[in-house]
Design a protein around this ligand. Structure first.
Ligand SMILES: *Cc1c(COP(=O)(O)O)cnc(C)c1O
Length: 385
């Protein structure tokens, strides 16, 4: 099997699983309890908090554990919106956000907040001037994702955060696709709030974190006990948090090497496909793009048919994003970069990661051209063009 859908999820690193295992059974103490046994769980959580903080270059006190990227996005946006609702009701975001952000702001829109959706250019880069012009005295938050999960485009984060800071507006970024992939410092990038998710970088599913810069005003999202300084109630997912910590530590140590290796594989795949298949379009920014992501449109064929045929050959890829596939709506991201409906339907995303090899890439380059040729032969669009 060839797995090339790492932007959807990644397998847990074996070292992560090993680190987690004791906390399911032997070290099961409730971190909130007072006896010695509970101290082990408490210490494990605090160790993980330091490991995540080291990866983001912030202090451990600024890391809050959640159930994943979706909860972190919900918390950041609703938490700030409700905390600052007396100051203003205007939020700026982009048209190509993940649904965890888009559907959160849509909910806020329904209850009286005003949302501006910033357009992107043909590469998927947000329009900076549009952001500047959209700001008004009611603006309380700008939420723009760091890198897009579908096409991989990386946004000019420092420029956006500078605009936010100058105007006294909080800046949140969905960092799910960059944490563990690219090294950066939240401090240097001027980020106030950042969402991350463990299962996108070789940690377990169902756990993530929200970075909240010290001093940022935000309401709790999950009301309950005193956990996470009273900001996120509920008994902690100790094994999950330990896994997130270990995944962060491994990423910190191995990211630099992986970046070079995976980029080489992605570039080989991209060039191989371009060479062998006519009439394809590569989506996303030519340079400012995640080094593991290749999104392309194969003209005159359906993405879904491509996927099924690839699956038959034991190759896992994705069309549009995992959350929209299954519906026949083309991806909102591909429409936002200006692709016409019929081309957006033929999109295919390969996202590579640490268990991919040269042989994997060779196999896709060998198999895909035949599949495309077969499907084009029966495509009325191809035959009538
Ligand atoms: C996967 C993903 C999410 C959701 O994270 P979960 O942990 O699966 O809830 C949010 N944003 C982006 C950009 C993602 O890729």
């Amino acid at each position: 099997m060839v797995y090339m859908d790492y932007n959807a999820t990644t397998p847990c690193d074996k070292r992560v699983v090993e680190e987690m295992l004791p906390f399911f059974s032997d070290e099961f103490g409730n971190p909130s309890s007072l006896y010695k046994k509970a101290k082990k769980s408490r210490e494990a959580i605090e160790k993980a908090r330091s490991q995540v903080a080291e990866l983001l270059h912030c202090t451990p006190e600024e890391i809050f554990f959640t159930s994943g990227g979706t909860e972190s996005d919900n918390w950041a946006i609703k938490g700030v919106a409700f905390a600052l609702k007396d100051k203003g009701n205007h939020i700026i975001t982009s048209k190509i956000e993940h649904h965890a952000v888009l559907n959160t702001v849509k909910f806020l829109e329904k209850i009286g907040f005003e949302i501006t959706y910033v357009p992107v250019d043909k590469y998927g880069v947000v329009d900076i001037d549009f952001i500047k012009k959209s700001i008004k005295k009611e603006t309380i938050l700008i939420s723009i994702m760091y890198a897009n999960n579908e096409i991989g485009t990386i946004q000019p984060i420092e420029e956006i955060s500078e605009i936010a800071r100058k105007n006294g507006i909080y800046f949140h970024t969905d960092g799910v696709q960059v944490v563990g992939k690219i090294p950066f410092s939240v401090e240097e990038k001027g980020i106030d709030l950042l969402s991350l998710s463990a299962h996108k970088f070789y940690g377990p599913k169902g756990v993530g974190a929200l970075y909240i810069r010290k001093g940022v005003k935000i309401l709790p999202f999950v009301h309950g006990g005193h956990q996470e300084k009273g900001k996120r109630g509920g008994t902690e997912n100790v094994p999950g948090i330990v896994g997130l910590g270990k995944a962060s530590e491994i990423a910190q140590q191995e990211m630099e090497e992986e970046m070079k290796r995976v980029k080489k594989l992605r570039d080989k795949l991209e060039n191989g496909i371009k060479e062998k298949i006519p009439e394809i379009v590569i989506n996303g920014h030519p340079e400012k793009r995640l080094y593991n992501t290749l999104n392309l449109c194969v003209k005159y064929v359906e993405g879904e048919s491509l996927l099924l045929n690839l699956d038959f050959e034991g190759i896992c890829a994705s069309s549009g994003s995992a959350c929209t596939s299954g519906s026949l709506e083309p991806s909102h991201v591909l429409l936002a970069i200006g692709l016409p409906h019929e081309i957006a339907h033929g999109s295919l995303r390969f996202s590579l990661g640490k268990y991919n090899t040269d042989e994997d890439v060779d196999k896709v380059i060998k198999v895909l051209p035949g599949i495309v040729e077969k499907l084009r032969k029966i495509s009325p669009f191809w035959n009538n063009k």
